[in-house]
Design a protein around this ligand. Structure first.
Ligand code: NI
Length: 211
């Protein structure tokens, strides 16, 4: 084969590789994106900014104080909800800090919001682990965990993606999961989804508009 032909073949192979990588990346992104995705839009006026009515669904879980709770315990209140796990090395602590900072910065309006952290790793996130963990972030942060079945049900209800991943270089598993902060109003309407790239001040600003 002449050199020119070899070069063309190399370029074609590289091109295919890049296309496959892009496709794989997009599939991964879709898996991590809930069906409801309005975060690319700018917040609308408060009165019209309902993303999804009757968001989530019924659940029975155990809070970080060991009490059994259901969705009824939090209805009628504004809520910021985040799904993650306590062993998460970076994203979860950052998002929980952000939630806590946003609520505090919103002053009196912030006090009307219940920050809630729901575990997607119920096997390791026991009540005791959750208690120690939530206290690190905010005195009012509620930690919820449960059996594997209970957590699977609440993940389904909130369209949360989470899957165990075993890294060969580590003795323990990690959990790959979607990372969204949900703002839910007292009538259970989803009012906004905040993403990793949103700052605490973005959350505070929205709270000040909508509450
Ligand atoms: Ni995480």
């Amino acid at each position: 084969m002449n050199k020119r032909l070899i070069r063309i073949i190399i370029i074609l192979v590289l091109g295919l590789g890049i296309s496959a990588a892009i496709a794989a990346y997009q599939i991964h992104q879709e898996q991590n994106t809930p069906a409801l995705d309005i975060t690319k839009k700018k917040p609308q006026p408060a009165s019209t900014s309902i993303v999804s009515e009757n968001f989530g669904g019924p659940f029975t879980l155990t809070n970080h104080l060991g009490k059994r709770v259901t969705e009824k315990d939090y209805e009628g209140k504004w809520r910021l909800k985040y799904f993650g796990f306590t062993y998460c090395p970076a994203i979860c602590p950052t998002e929980l800090q952000k939630m806590a900072a946003a609520v505090d910065a919103a002053g009196e309006k912030g006090k009307k919001i219940i920050p809630i952290f729901i575990s997607v790793d119920p096997e390791r996130d026991t009540v005791e682990v959750m208690k120690d963990y939530v206290e690190l972030f905010h005195p009012r942060l509620i930690g919820l965990t449960g059996s594997v079945e209970e957590i699977d049900a609440v993940k389904d209800a909130y369209k949360v993606y989470a899957a165990k991943e075993q890294d060969e270089t580590m003795s323990d598993y990690t959990v790959d999961h979607s990372s969204f902060v949900y703002l839910i109003d007292p009538e259970n309407n989803l009012r906004r989804i905040f993403r990793i790239q949103d700052k605490a001040s973005d959350i505070t600003e929205f709270i000040e508009q909508v509450l």
